[in-house]
Design a protein around this ligand. Sequence first.
Ligand code: MN
Ligand code: MN
Length: 293
Amino acid sequence: MIQEIDEIVGKYITAGEILARVRKETAKQVKVGASLLDVANFGEDMIRKEGGECAFPINISRNEEAAHSTPKNDDTEIFGEDMVKLDIGVHIDGYIADTAITVDLSGHNELVEAVEAGLNAAIEIIHGGINTTEIGNVINDTITEFGYKPVANLTGHGLAQYIQHVPPSIPNIPTDVGVELDVGQIIAIEPFATDGKGFVSEVGSAQIFSLLSNKPIRNSAARAVMKEIEQYRTLPFAKRWLKSKHVDFAMLQLEKNGNLSSYPVLKEEKGMLVSQAEHTLIVEEDGCRVTTK
Ligand code: MN
Ligand code: MN
């Protein structure tokens, strides 16, 4: 049992080490004029070259977009003077590391400093037994000191094998009720900071999905896509990853049949900016071990 736990912890740590290198190198590719699709492919290819698997498609969210944006397979968009969030995940046998960095090409670096300070302040105080309300308070206090708002309806989360989001949710704002973190728990802390209203909404159609149910479906194109996505188990995947024929039609059928969860882009108000920072960590008795440093 002990050996088994050590082995699992080892996989979380290795996934984090790979991801730290991928985050650094992928962030370097983000420049005015660079293609979003090239950056996504660069990072996702590097994950596999380093011996990991993608835990989810690289999210490349810009400006008022907070999360869940990823290029289409024929995407031609390039970076302008944007505030760019890269959210990247690696897993080894389902044991996930989840991290995010903001690369600012827009000249608003204070918003990036605010969110990084919020994340660091949270990491400073985490230890076994801490209540999640304390984490929400310190993130909120730090970001508001910079003159910005945390995004209220996005949170950190626990991680489990092949599941990116499990309880507890870890607030970025003050909350009335929290839960205590346990030693050995794997969690992701992910504050978002904004000059907008501090609340995001789902906008437009999704490029990121996950398998919700294996419920049978009659259509043969849909069945082929269903077979293809089984390899991702319960983890999110990008539509651009799929090689099956008639993907658009098949995905519509699967959505209608209740087989898929979709993740539409989450946005602040138009014209506002959002920054994000995220690390995965293991809760320890006297502190925590950041796996994605
Ligand atoms: Mn993330
Ligand atoms: Mn996360």
